[in-house]
Design a protein around this ligand. Structure first.
Ligand code: FES
Ligand SMILES: [Fe+2]
Length: 340
């Protein structure tokens, strides 16, 4: 499996939007190769429909909401939340075929999760639980953060987040001064969850870490834990304690990145941040964006070469730090095989 050309499992929940993005104006977003239009009913329930009018093919998101229906702007046909046509203004009888696909969509925390696969299998209990990461958990501070469009296959950012060895180089000076890459790490797997833990004792604190945690000291013990729910979510947890204090006193910052395939070579990143201490950095959303953009630039460069050379000329040679990414790819391959 070449990461730049990987299919995505469809029988999974993926974040489609922040709750705040979807309201009483239609919003279009590509999800796993489908154009999707999202809006809310008058009562506030989210709706997701295939974004192409079955009559002559204009996108429905160009239209307007009429009560709980969306009206195509070309000939005025109206479609309800279940995708069924409820009005043909020119008076023809409404055939069974005059309908669009309606996707299961569920709101949890401040994200809207969509199920692009078989609707009969869309069990909301399969949405990865984010409360244990501090999102909605008592005593934690949490909020949504930057959203990034990425012009690469979804597996590139996914394995980038799993592999902290890159931060010593790609983010050198910003969140690491070079100590992380050489540290040993361990990987744990439980069902669809993959955890990669790196402990970095007594290292100099880099500028963005200092800013996020508001530390006075310049050396700290840091533990970096990547928690990935394959194939749709990856969290990066940083536990930081001043070097002269025991690690049990660590403060925690948790970045969560939901990765949603848009097309074969593009995806969306939706983020959230949770901490065990109040937010003090006024530029925190911009800082998250700038940090992730260092990754995005690299992912997009890699994708461009894959598209230019063709996947058959893009072999990869893996090393020790790729073990968790390789495991993640095997998990995705198994999911795809199960769907076939
Ligand atoms: S194209 Fe939508 S109503 Fe004709
Ligand atoms: Fe990174």
């Amino acid at each position: 499996m070449i990461a730049g050309n990987a299919e995505a499992p469809r029988n999974q929940w993926y974040v489609a939007a922040y709750s705040s993005e979807v309201g009483r104006s239609p919003l279009q977003r590509w999800i796993l190769g489908d154009p999707v239009v999202m809006f809310r009913t008058e009562a506030g329930s989210p709706v997701a429909l295939f974004d192409r009018c079955p009559h002559r093919g204009l996108r429905l998101s160009a239209g307007s909401l009429q009560g709980d229906t969306i009206q195509c702007t070309y000939h005025g046909m109206r479609f309800a939340a279940d995708g069924k046509c409820v009005l043909i203004p020119s008076g023809s009888p409404i055939s069974e075929r005059m309908c669009v696909r309606s996707y299961p969509i569920v709101e949890q925390w401040q994200w809207l999760w969509i199920w692009p696969g078989d609707p009969a299998l869309a069990d909301p209990a399969l949405i990865p639980a984010i409360e244990p990461f501090g999102f909605g958990k008592e005593g934690w501070f949490h909020e949504t953060s930057a959203m990034l469009p990425v012009a690469s296959n979804y597996l590139l950012p996914f394995e980038n987040l799993l592999d902290a060895s890159h931060i010593s180089f790609l983010h050198h000076g910003l969140i690491d001064s070079g100590d992380v890459a050489s540290q040993p790490y361990r990987t744990e797997q439980e069902g669809n969850w993959l955890r990669v833990i790196r402990e970095v004792p007594n290292e100099p604190i880099s500028p963005l870490t200092m800013k996020t945690f508001g530390f006075e000291t310049d050396r700290a013990h840091r533990t970096i834990t990547a928690d990935a729910h394959v194939p749709n979510l990856c969290g990066i947890r940083v536990d930081l304690a001043p070097a002269d204090r025991p690690t049990e006193t660590a403060m925690t910052n948790q970045l969560l990145v939901a990765i949603t395939p848009a097309t074969r070579n593009s995806c969306h990143e939706f983020t959230g941040v949770a901490q065990t201490f109040p937010f003090t950095n006024p530029n925190r959303e911009e800082d998250v964006r700038n940090l992730l953009m260092e990754d995005v630039v690299a992912m997009e460069e890699i994708q461009r070469l894959i598209d230019q050379l063709g996947p058959e000329r893009c072999d990869e040679v893996s090393v020790g730090c790729d073990a968790s990414a390789m495991r993640m790819r095997r998990m995705v391959a198994q999911m795809l095989a199960a769907e076939r």
